[in-house]
Design a protein around this ligand. Structure first.
Ligand code: GAL
Length: 774
């Protein structure tokens, strides 16, 4: 059993108190758990029951919190049924938050734990998810006395005990051992397609085109966490168990060539997966194998529940499995466990629940339905199906390593950082950039033993441990954005003394969701459309909008021949309309939305090809009116600047004077014309005499910098000032202000009411979180 010991020994030497990397978590769900914060003050600590309760507690509750909802539920339900039989007076609340691997459940749990509202007991992976997340934060009760009472000290594998313990105690009860590195398939289908289960990833890549040519997805994949799950199998195959373990002791760097190579291989494998992966749950990805749409799925052995318990297939006959390619002889393990959080409302009922869960009877009721094997060494294997028995055999003979995706080797903070690394890869496809990002995460993190004193995290917003998260949308060159993120962090740090952490989530939607999921510490650089959705979703608030030509908003102007009878928007009904292009926001989308909103239907529509062309069409009388961008005129010296309560056009008494100066600039008395008409000056110096502005739309703010809804009020002005100050700097020139980034040249305050026009546009255009940015 030396190999198993090694796994355990390595997994306890782990990363504590990691600081999230320069990026933050991209999520399949809006609420992936961020790093663990300093414990919120817990009211009165409930004294822990010294002894397991002798007598049955009367008529109280037991809330069991997990992500085993729906088709992941049968095993837990079987265990609860046993408990109900033993403790009929206890009302069991089976509290589930659905979502594979607990991405959503963990976020909600964190809120509850920090808010002083812990469930009675909750699902947590043995290893760093338990120790490095909750135990270091003093959130769990010591269960040593329960283990002693139940005689469990030698009933679980020694190494597993190490994953549940520190020198101060034993912190949870394991219910199972799952295997993460399994490849699932349907033998009859493989035969029909003329392929075999691959033994290595090279074998897989070789059959990938064969399958694709037959219209079959070679490997089905689901939401973000399943990408992490797949990567750990790929990395294990490339690095071998020793290399994999070395990654978690800090002996191996993420920038080592063989680790970089895992990303290269991972990218090739991704090319053989389904395009809609990120919208599928793990079950939906498994379904693709069931339905014959995909050949393989790499997933943990909870997939057995889905194949057999839910869909009634016979293991080894209707479907089959093998170790993930290149990992034969290695069992990548994880263990689900439950503990007793500090302050749990019904500790005695929890102790009874844990006693059942750790018993042979409990484990053998649960695991045959779960796809896992018992954590206990003395379970009754005859109760397990063909899959369970083969897993038990492999567990006994294979080398065992810990899973990253399921909490064995890394705590939640590291996992969040890792997910950002994955995001870098999905955005850039660049193995080196990804490895660098992960290495940065590893460097910022201290590799230490779980026995070491855990420093409580300083939670002051903007401190090193709790930087302000600065999010962008991946609208331009993402690589450039990520690379220049440091400059923005430094620049804002210099201006404020606070710490910032820049990231570029994978999509517009992911950025918005992250602002909502992290409402008190995020600022987001999001376009006006995104702002409206984010405000609607969770109350994100505006801070600044970027400035161009002195304005941080823009408008559409409606122009008509100066002698036209058209005097109001209503008069545009049935009139021929010239616009620049159908993709132009000010020239087409916005006026279309307004027409719909006002119930106006123009007549013939003419796509002129550009703003200048649209002006020309009015000038030549080819259309009755046109829509183009409006820029405010410069007023005569000493008269200040144009404001929205002034008419947009040049005063009537100056029209006759309009003419270009010697540089070709169009002036009317002291007024300088800057709207789209000015672009026609050279060929039509009398453009203003011939074309008048009928009116403007409400304003559209330029790109915004917005605040998460709970971002501290007292910091907002500081941040606004810092961003404005940053805009003048060389560092901004090389980042935010660069044309490869957002090209900001200035910024000014913006308010929610400035977005009313955009709201109409968002609604009329049907812009949603799903399609924004497309
Ligand atoms: C794992 C968990 C398994 C299973 C899986 C899919 O993290 O340990 O028991 O629930 O997620 O959700």
């Amino acid at each position: 059993m030396l190999t198993k010991r090694l796994w355990y020994a390595l997994t306890v030497l782990l990363l504590i108190g990691l600081v999230a990397s320069a990026c933050s978590q991209p999520t399949e769900a809006p609420t992936e758990a961020p790093e663990v914060e300093e414990p919120a003050p817990v009211e009165e600590e409930e004294p822990m029951a010294e002894e397991p309760a002798e007598e049955e507690p009367m008529g109280s509750e037991l809330e069991i919190y997990s992500w085993w909802a729906g088709d992941e539920g049968p095993a837990l339900e079987a265990l609860i049924e046993l408990y109900n039989g033993m403790y009929p007076d206890v009302e069991v609340i089976n509290a589930t938050v659905a979502g594979g691997s607990g991405t959503e459940a963990k976020a909600v749990l964190k809120t509850r734990m920090l808010g002083g509202d812990p469930p009675d007991t909750f699902q947590v992976h043995a290893g760093q998810e338990l120790i490095g997340t909750w135990v270091v934060a003093d959130r769990m009760e010591d269960l040593t006395s329960l283990y002693e009472e139940e005689g469990w000290m030698d009933k679980f594998p020694e190494g597993l005990m190490d994953l549940l313990s520190t020198s101060d105690g034993i912190w949870s009860v394991p219910v199972n051992i799952h295997r993460s590195n399994v490849l699932w398939y349907i033998p009859d289908n493989l035969e029909e397609w003329g392929v075999e289960a691959p033994e290595t990833w090279d074998d897989f890549l070789a059959i990938c085109p064969t399958l694709q040519d037959q219209g079959v997805v070679p490997l089905s994949l689901g939401v973000n966490w399943t990408h992490n799950h797949l990567w750990e199998a790929v990395a294990l195959s490339e690095l071998g168990p020793e290399g994999w373990n070395a990654l978690w002791t800090g002996e191996k760097q993420f920038t080592d060539p063989d680790v970089v190579a895992t990303w290269d291989l991972f990218g090739k494998i991704l090319d053989c997966t389904n395009e809609d992966a990120t919208s599928l749950s793990w079950q939906q990805a498994t379904d693709m194998v069931l339905s014959g749409d995909a050949a393989f799925n790499e997933m943990g052995d909870w997939a057995m529940t889905y194949f057999t318990v839910i869909n009634g297939l016979e293991p080894g006959v209707d479907y089959a499995w093998s170790p993930a390619p290149g990992t034969d002889g290695v069992f990548m393990a994880l263990s689900d466990s439950f503990g007793l959080p500090v302050g749990a409302p019904n500790p005695e009922n929890v102790i009874n629940w844990l006693s059942l869960m750790g018993s042979v009877e409990g484990q053998d009721a649960f695991n045959p339905l779960k796809g896992s094997i018992a954590a206990r060494l003395d379970s009754d294997l005859t109760k397990y199906n063909a899959y369970g028995q083969s897993a038990a055999e492999d567990w006994a003979s294979d080398e065992v390593v810990g899973s990253l995706a399921h909490g064995a080797v890394a705590n939640e903070t590291f996992m969040n950082g890792f997910a950002s690394g994955m995001e870098v890869f999905l955005n850039t496809g660049d193995p080196v950039a990804t490895s660098n990002a992960l290495q940065e995460l590893a460097l910022e993190s201290e590799v230490t033993s779980v026995e070491a004193e855990a420093e409580p995290m300083a939670m002051e917003l903007g401190s090193e441990d709790n930087p302000i998260k600065v999010l962008f949308v991946p609208s331009v060159d993402t690589n450039f954005m990520i690379e220049s993120g440091d400059l923005i962090e430094q620049g804002l740090n210099e201006a404020t003394g606070l710490n910032f952490e820049v990231s570029v989530p994978a999509s517009y939607a992911a950025t918005i969701e992250e602002m909502c999921a992290s409402p008190d510490d995020t600022i987001g650089f999001i376009p006006a459309f995104g702002y409206v959705l984010a405000n609607d979703l969770c109350g994100v608030e505006p801070g600044l909008a970027s400035e161009r030509y002195g304005w941080n908003v823009y408008w559409t102007q409606f122009i008509v021949p100066r002698d036209s009878d058209i005097q109001s928007f209503e008069d545009l009904e049935g009139m021929s309309w010239g616009y620049p292009e159908v993709t132009s926001t000010s020239g087409y989308l916005y006026p279309t939305a307004l027409f719909n909103d006002m119930g106006i239907t123009p007549g013939e529509q003419v796509e002129t090809g550009g703003h200048t062309e649209a002006v020309r069409a009015v000038y030549n009388g080819e259309v009755d009116f046109a829509t183009t961008y409006f820029s405010a005129p410069l007023l005569p010296e000493g008269e200040g600047t144009w404001s929205t309560d002034m008419a947009p056009d040049i005063p009537d008494d100056l029209i006759a004077e309009c003419a270009p100066d010697e540089e070709g600039k169009l002036f009317c008395g002291g007024y300088r014309v800057l709207d789209a008409r000015a672009s026609l000056t050279e060929e039509a110096p009398d453009v203003v005499q011939k074309v008048r502005i009928l009116g403007l739309t409400p304003e559209i703010p330029n790109d915004t910098m917005s605040f998460g809804p709970e971002f501290p009020e007292d910091l907002r002005q500081t941040i606004n000032d810092a961003v404005i100050a940053f805009i003048g700097t060389e560092a901004c020139e090389q980042s935010l202000c660069n044309e490869n980034f957002y090209d900001w040249t200035g910024a000014g305050p913006i308010f929610d009411e400035n977005f009313d026009g955009v709201r109409i546009l968002v609604e009329e255009q049907g812009i949603t979180l799903e399609n924004i940015g497309e």
